[in-house]
Design a protein around this ligand. Sequence first.
Ligand code: HEC
Ligand code: HEC
Ligand code: HEC
Ligand code: HEC
Ligand code: HEC
Ligand code: HEC
Ligand code: HEC
Ligand code: HEC
Ligand code: HEC
Length: 477
Amino acid sequence: MRFRLPLSFTSILLLTLLCGCQGEDGSDGAEGAEGPIGTEGPPAYEEPAYTYLGGNGNDCRHCHQYIVSNWAGTNHQDAFVDLGTDNIKPGCLQCHTTGWDSEVSDDTISVRGPDTTGFDDYFMVATNEAFDRRAALAGVQCEACHGPLGPEVNQSDEDISFSTRQEDDKHLSICAPCHARHLTNWNSTGHGTAQTGSIEEFNSRQSSQAESCQSCHTSEGFIRANDPAYAIYDFPDQKSFIGCVTCHDPHSDEVEHLLRKVGNIEVEYHPAHEDGDPGIPMLGRPEAAELCSRCHHAPKDNDDVENQIRNGDPDFGPHHSPQMDMFIGAGCYEIEGKAYIRNHLHRTNIEDKCVKCHMKRKVYLTGETQQHVFHTFELEAGNCAPCHIGLTDFDYNGTQTEIQAKMYQLAAALGYVTTTDFLENFDSQATGVRIWEREAAYALFFVYNDGSKGVHNPVYALTLLQNAIDYIGENTD
Ligand code: HEC
Ligand code: HEC
Ligand code: HEC
Ligand code: HEC
Ligand code: HEC
Ligand code: HEC
Ligand code: HEC
Ligand code: HEC
Ligand code: HEC
């Protein structure tokens, strides 16, 4: 709240004082210009409507039993204990406790927050009550994310949020107060659609609006499709970027790092098999890679692909996302009678799969060198280093160069000047396009859309392209 001290008042007072004892008062001078804004007055005091209950979910257990017992196994529950002897430092406590809303600088509370029932409000208070309250509010509990829900249970019923976003340099996610570093990383990724900007633009895309796309392109859609608890939840109309809550389930310790448990997914295009057959290729553990594969696979089934080959399609080829399929060496349309090599050592040797190359970094943390997870998803040659010593780019043994040359060779065999010329101008439904051309063209889209230029699976990428090139040579009609 600001108040102004009008200059006109001051000038009148001054004039009166100056003229005080000299003869007759003259007439008042003209009103002066408005003065500078005065200093800020104290904020109006408002008693916060809600208070923190704390108690490690004790008040919630009656109705949310599973959530409480799942949360109790997470590292959020242990956040206070993990501070060890640093558990008296505000600089640490601010993120390792519940209800902290005071500002901290130089390890002391510098500005008090408005609520009066969070951990910070009992800090350094030497009463029995304060001692009990500190114990009740230790760690990252329910209300650290859901806000104060007392004084009677569930008095506040704020909507839960699935969103992760930044507006004018401010993070608005519920994880933001404590996970700024992850958010800054995330902000630079395609998952955060950093390059394209606003949430309004994001919501105007077909991939955010159409139900068949939301399961891979929006936070809400992914949660609805993969968590039975949300199958019939009434989500808001506005959809959110793929963010913290999309990949992490704050309540479940079933999977390491609170990752969502989504289960394995089968390659969707696999001719002559029924869903669930034991022979259908799958990526397999760890769960982190299963999570990536839920979205990073080609969502086209047998009917879809066969139909594309027979009749063409305005959106010809697999979707932009066949990374899992490529990695395990399956899921592309394969030409009858040709041999395909599927198994590459990346599949068997890289235990973490997607995460190993796209997320891990060696860093120096808390006094030792560790593998730490970064959320930029940006590849670094250093991540290949444990296996390919001295590698400075991803073109190990010239594989990417070779695959790109083969892509060009295939595009040329189909009658295009460059690979880009093919990608932009190939029309699978144009009159006169023959079925064998579509069979060959599919492989080029598949390898291109995978995006790794062969690194995910050099042998599968190579045989897909080479077989298609050979096949064109065999078909001259
Ligand atoms: C007396 C039963 C009861 C207790 C105790 C209770 N809740 Fe709830 N809670 C409900 C019901 C019923 C709903 C609405 C149904 C639903 O969305 O699952 C709900 C919904 C919620 C939601 C979701 C709101 C939304 O937008 O969907 C959150 C978050 C929540 N409760 C947190 C808590 C927390 C934290 C506690 C403990 C401090 C707690 N509840 C205690 C019954 C209870
Ligand atoms: C009040 C601060 C706070 C908030 C809010 C918060 N976290 Fe955390 N989080 C922490 C702290 C502190 C740790 C480290 C706990 C420990 O191991 O001692 C942590 C750890 C984690 C971990 C690592 C767990 C593991 O087992 O490796 C994940 C994942 C995580 N948080 C995700 C989230 C997400 C997602 C949100 C938002 C929905 C969130 N957190 C909100 C403070 C917070
Ligand atoms: C800005 C919020 C924030 C502050 C301040 C903070 N932490 Fe943390 N801390 C976290 C988060 C979030 C994690 C989860 C892991 C991560 O971010 O990599 C974490 C993880 C940890 C862990 C690792 C727990 C584990 O299971 O390995 C320890 C120990 C820790 N913090 C201690 C401290 C200490 C000591 C201080 C004060 C010097 C401190 N933290 C200050 C947010 C914070
Ligand atoms: C780290 C942040 C965080 C913590 C801690 C947390 N929640 Fe949640 N909660 C969320 C988020 C985010 C959602 C919505 C998305 C989801 O469930 O993955 C949610 C959803 C809910 C829901 C509604 C949907 C459902 O699954 O029924 C309830 C109820 C709930 N939380 C209760 C609790 C209770 C009780 C606790 C403490 C034992 C707790 N939460 C701790 C972040 C958190
Ligand atoms: C909810 C679905 C979903 C999940 C889960 C998911 N992704 Fe993505 N990912 C996408 C989408 C959609 C894009 C494209 C975003 C865009 O450009 O609009 C993308 C883009 C990317 C990119 C391209 C680079 C960039 O920053 O744009 C990489 C690399 C990536 N994801 C890796 C991963 C890894 C590794 C995992 C698992 C840890 C993962 N993704 C989990 C949907 C997902
Ligand atoms: C099986 C999950 C999945 C489904 C379903 C899906 N997408 Fe995607 N889509 C992805 C992934 C993952 C990427 C990112 C691939 C990459 O970066 O290489 C992507 C990329 C895209 C791109 C190019 C990158 C961008 O964001 O501009 C467009 C456009 C797109 N999808 C539109 C759609 C539309 C429209 C639908 C619905 C008809 C849809 N997608 C359905 C997973 C999916
Ligand atoms: C596309 C999926 C994805 C998104 C989005 C994502 N994470 Fe993660 N996160 C992961 C995976 C996968 C791991 C574990 C990697 C591994 O197995 O080592 C992880 C690990 C973590 C960890 C534990 C390791 C560490 O860094 O200390 C924390 C904490 C964490 N994430 C927080 C967040 C927060 C906060 C956000 C939102 C800004 C977020 N994550 C967004 C996939 C994701
Ligand atoms: C051997 C390390 C490695 C593994 C394992 C790996 N990737 Fe990649 N990925 C790469 C490289 C290298 C590129 C190409 C980068 C370049 O040339 O710029 C790439 C490219 C991508 C792209 C396209 C990026 C873009 O900007 O369009 C996506 C998406 C992707 N990978 C997702 C995944 C997924 C999902 C998995 C797990 C199924 C996975 N990756 C496993 C190394 C790996
Ligand atoms: C866990 C170990 C491991 C990691 C990490 C790894 N690779 Fe590999 N890679 C292998 C093995 C094993 C082979 C097969 C033997 C060989 O060709 O050296 C291989 C083969 C390759 C090949 C094929 C070479 C050829 O001549 O056929 C390429 C290309 C490649 N890796 C690139 C990468 C890139 C780029 C990264 C990092 C983004 C990476 N790899 C990360 C283990 C790994």
